[in-house]
Design a protein around this ligand. Structure first.
Ligand code: PRP
Ligand code: URA
Length: 208
């Protein structure tokens, strides 16, 4: 298990703009996509390569190309949808699954309402996306779903993580590599991340 918290200045800058209550829905959506692209680039560092021979205008050379490992991006609905485009921008051939979960506002436990994954999920590198890792309940439940359906090679990517959620996730799924753009201070009494950025779904979709 590997946890990567990004310290790159561009990511820190963009996350700070996302936090601001002044940032519009349009800007917020664009920033989610941009930060996802940066994180996706790093998270795919271990993609397998194969040797190929290429003819340049001057000569031939032995070089490397992607070995063609299939990728699936699986957003946790709804806010995770905002990160899909960022992954597809870098990996346009990736297939997309969906897991529908919402957090009960009283118990804070995740409730599942949908799960549809691409075929051959057991052979794919799977990137689960959700901007917020708060208590960790939704991420753990989503990864349970994927594993029950055969998924093995799983990465989890979020914008903001709370230490509480990170602990729950890494203990439940120690085999999953976790990528977060920022690790925040903790949760408030309503299990919202502080300082956080509010309700990610509402900010991406302009609800509320
Ligand atoms: C948010 C967020 C995560 C979850 C995180 O979704 O996008 O899925 O809460 O909280 P947790 O780590 O405590 O489980 P929400 O349930 O608000 O649903 P939405 O995306 O439909 O707004
Ligand atoms: N979900 C969100 O969208 N934001 C939080 O701070 C916690 C859960």
């Amino acid at each position: 298990m590997k946890v990567t918290v990004f310290d790159h200045p561009l990511i820190q800058h963009k996350i700070s703009i996302m936090r601001s209550v002044e940032t519009s829905c349009k800007e917020f959506r664009e920033l989610v996509k941009e930060v996802t692209m940066f994180m996706c680039y790093e998270s795919l560092r271990d993609m397998p390569l194969k040797d190929v021979e290429v003819t340049t205008p001057l000569t031939t050379c032995k070089t490397k190309m992607l070995a063609g490992q299939e990728i699936a991006v699986v957003p946790i609905l709804r806010a995770g949808l905002g990160m899909v485009e960022g992954v597809l921008e870098l990996v346009p051939t990736a297939k997309v699954g969906h897991i529908g979960l919402y957090r009960d506002e009283v118990t804070m436990k995740p409730h599942a309402y949908y799960c549809k994954l691409p075929k051959n999920i057991d052979e794919r590198c799977i990137i689960v996306t959700d901007p917020m890792l708060a208590t960790g309940g939704s991420a753990v439940a989503a990864i349970n779903f994927i594993k029950e359906r055969g998924g093995k090679n799983i990465k989890f990517m979020c914008m903001i993580a709370a230490p509480e959620g990170l602990k729950v996730l890494t203990e439940a799924h120690p085999d999953v590599d976790v990528y977060c753009a920022h690790l925040d201070e903790g949760l408030n009494e309503h299990c919202y991340i502080l300082p956080g950025l509010g309700d990610a779904g509402d900010r991406i979709f302009g609800t509320k």
